[in-house]
Design a protein around this ligand. Structure first.
Ligand code: NZQ
Ligand code: ZN
Length: 388
């Protein structure tokens, strides 16, 4: 186990089919004006909007509507939300949606009263809020990002030419989140499996780093096994409540700060994925799926012991009579066949990546000096080419 760390996660979770019944009581802890942030309209079609409005009414709140948060939320949209918060003296931002809506709510919360340029301060320079922030609550409708119980806020700024993440502190974690697996049942299959891979990627980003014997790795392996098991069931039958509930719970634990305890983390796959997202606006989980295999096949040699462990403990690869390279390679082959089985995109061409836009994508990739290998720009280009 390496390093010193502080663990503090203040988000209160209400989980299960009855979770929304707690919303009106929870809302009573906040002031009278609630900004209701949501996406492009799925919550109006599946009834979640009506259920949330009923709770807001029961709690006697004044509602400020803030619809239209897009997947891969933009900085322009964040500034629009900031204007609403200031104009209406919003006491709580209630984000109803997937990671995009919750990430957006955190960005608005930290930026509404910021005296400096928020993009520059938070996303470019990774600074901390010194202004008042607005509390956030969440109703999760799409599983994957972990935004429901973390401080992550990933924002796309096309003018600046970057999609960047900022991980805020506990003040900007949702104060509470409603997690009802049934609310995720209307997510289209493509989005659903993209979310499954996002979870796997969060687990792998944290697993493939460090050399110590670390309790966290055992937790990650357990979560990976549960995810692989339940995702196979859910891909066949998306209405399987048990599988969807397990996956929802796994997603939350995959990125709620627990698994970084004692681990350094890698996160290079996410940097490449974000650059693809910037240029193509593709679905986050699919961007990760498209580059993970070439990336891990490259860094496998630098962190061989961990890739051997991954093969044996997650995929049950038997090591008898095989070299470490063979075992590790077999583990990645198991990862690949699982990805194909559940219907993930494994070619970035399907997302709009081309030979021509690879240089622009490579320019937008942040190269982090962590994980088992610090990439060169040429290696980034090579990974992108192989992903085509
Ligand atoms: O906008 P609506 O109409 O609601 O439709 C959404 C959207 O089109 C739809 N959807 C969500 N719930 C639904 C539903 N459709 C039918 N029924 C439902 N119940 O799904 C689409 C995708 O939603 P989105 O919120 O964009 O997906 P996701 O949760 O994958 O979020 C992606 C964003 O999160 C960031 C990504 O970069 C991306 O911008 N991330 C945030 C992280 C964090 N906070 O820690 C970490 C992640 O690695 C990630 O980077
Ligand atoms: Zn992710």
């Amino acid at each position: 186990m390496q390093g010193n760390f502080t663990y503090h996660n203040p988000t209160k979770l209400y989980f299960g089919e009855e979770a929304i019944s707690h919303l009106s009581n929870e809302l009573k802890n906040y002031g009278p004006t609630v900004m209701l942030s949501y996406g492009g309209g799925s919550i109006k079609r599946n009834g979640i909007y009506d259920a949330v409005l009923a709770a807001l009414k029961e709690a006697g709140k004044t509602v400020v509507e803030n619809p239209g948060v897009m997947p891969n939320p933009t900085y322009e949209k964040v500034l629009e939300g900031c204007g609403l918060v200031r104009q209406h003296h919003v006491d709580l931002i209630l984000a109803v949606g997937g990671g995009s809506t919750i990430d957006y709510a955190k960005a608005v919360s930290a930026s509404a009263f910021c005296q400096e340029d928020p993009w520059d301060k938070y996303w470019v320079h990774q600074g901390w809020p010194s202004c008042p922030v607005v509390p956030i609550g969440a109703v999760l409708t799409m599983v994957g990002t972990g935004s429901e119980m973390n401080g992550g806020s990933v924002i796309t700024n096309r003018k600046a030419g970057f999609k960047l993440g900022k991980v805020f502190g506990p003040d900007l974690f949702p104060k509470f989140t409603i997690l009802n697996p049934r609310f995720t049942m209307t997510v289209p299959q493509y989005q659903m499996v993209a979310g499954f891979f996002d979870i796997m990627s969060h687990l792998m980003e944290q697993y493939f780093a460090g050399n110590a014997d670390c309790t966290t790795d055992y937790l990650i392996e357990g979560l990976m096994r549960s995810l692989v098991h339940s995702s196979r069931i859910a891909a066949q039958n998306p209405q399987d409540y048990e599988a969807r509930a397990n996956i929802m719970w796994t997603a939350t634990w995959a990125l709620n700060t627990l698994l970084k305890c004692g681990k350094g983390g890698d996160w290079e796959v996410h940097q490449i994925g974000h650059a693809i997202g910037l240029v193509t606006d593709a679905t986050h989980g699919m961007t990760l799926a498209s580059v993970s295999l070439p990336y891990y096949r490259l860094v496998m040699h630098d962190g061989l012991h961990q890739f051997v462990r991954f093969a044996q403990n997650v995929w049950n690869v038997r090591p008898d009579g095989k070299t470490d390279e063979q075992v590790a390679t077999e583990g990645l082959a198991c990862l690949e066949s699982w990805m194909k089985e559940i219907g993930l995109v494994t070619h970035s061409r399907e997302l709009g990546v081309t030979e021509e836009n690879i240089p622009a994508i490579a320019d937008a990739v942040l190269i982090l000096p962590v994980g088992y290998r610090t990439l060169t720009r040429d290696e980034v280009v090579s990974i992108l080419r192989q992903s085509l």
